[in-house]
Design a binder for this molecule. Sequence first.
Ligand SMILES: C[S@@+](CC[C@H](N)C(=O)[O-])C[C@H]1O[C@@H](n2cnc3c(N)ncnc32)[C@H](O)[C@@H]1O
Length: 346
Amino acid sequence: MGPKASQPAPVIVDQLIRCKAAHSVQELRQSVARIKNDLPASADELNGTSDYLLSELTQIAEALTLERGLYYVERLIRSMSEVRTSAINDINLNRWKEYDDILTDSLWVLDRRDSSGVHTAGYWGNFVPQIPRQMMSRYTRRGEWVLDTFAGSGTTLIEGQRLGRNTIGIELQPRMVAHANRLIASEVNSYEVTTDTVNGDSATADLRSILRRYGTETVQLVIMHPPYLDIIRFSDDPRDLSNADSVETFLEMIGRTVDNVATVLDRGRYLVLVIGDKYAKGDWIPLGFQTMTEVTKRGFSLKSIIVKNFEDTTGKRNQKELWRYRALVGGFYIFKHEYIFLFRKE
Ligand SMILES: C[S@@+](CC[C@H](N)C(=O)[O-])C[C@H]1O[C@@H](n2cnc3c(N)ncnc32)[C@H](O)[C@@H]1O
């Protein structure tokens, strides 16, 4: 993700520093042409930064004035030799152009789920790994702590381990706890982080005691991917949000979960809520926005609403025609999106 290495390329930095002695824009262009000629042929020797470097060098060479060109030189020297990050992630802002894998738009159309390593689409109702990956990359630093209150098959935990974040999941169904922990154990743990799923009810679990077991008291990011009410019934447990008998009960249960996580999330850090809407007796129930409102009642400010497509699964594809016919007959629209709500604890 982002630059392959934050190591400066010392030779190029030296060459750029020498460029600053140019007395004219022509002289500057000649120096840049020499740097381009000297660039190692392989991207590996440049720590994978060749595209970025080439575009920056071109920008310098195309500058119309010496002053502008030297400004670009200075900026490139800084980006090659200094790391500048914000307090909540490891993104090197001096090399922001290299993070083309980080999404910043509010509409996410993802063609397919990441099924690398132990990720599978096997658990009905799991989210695509891209969601926790994007969120952890933007809102946590390496070595920080993430809590997933509805861990399911452990998608967040697998991504957390890959990205070097300590990740704790809470899950109501013991069989899913065992399943998630099995997957995590078979995934490489290069950063030697703590990753575990614990059995419990997120609304009532003593989160601080759970976290203490692992050597922390608070987390820096919370990810919540609750059932979308009864769209999928996950278990027979009455504490399971998919068994709420009405929207009101569901909102009350989710509210208690938010109150509970607020006790362990650091102030100024983020909570991510992934949820979709549903139909009931032919009416569209805006469950996403109703749940969003419950969160904002509890000391969180809304920072973004991302709309994400539902990718076609094989099962859905077979039923597509039938649903399209039903939609035309019934005068309704077929769900193709869900929401990723982003909040900050104030
Ligand atoms: C939408 S799924 C989450 C899927 C997960 N993001 C993944 O990728 O596998 C919701 C999960 O919440 C669990 N759940 C429901 N009520 C719960 C509660 N009160 N506390 C903890 N987990 C709960 C369900 O068993 C289910 O596994």
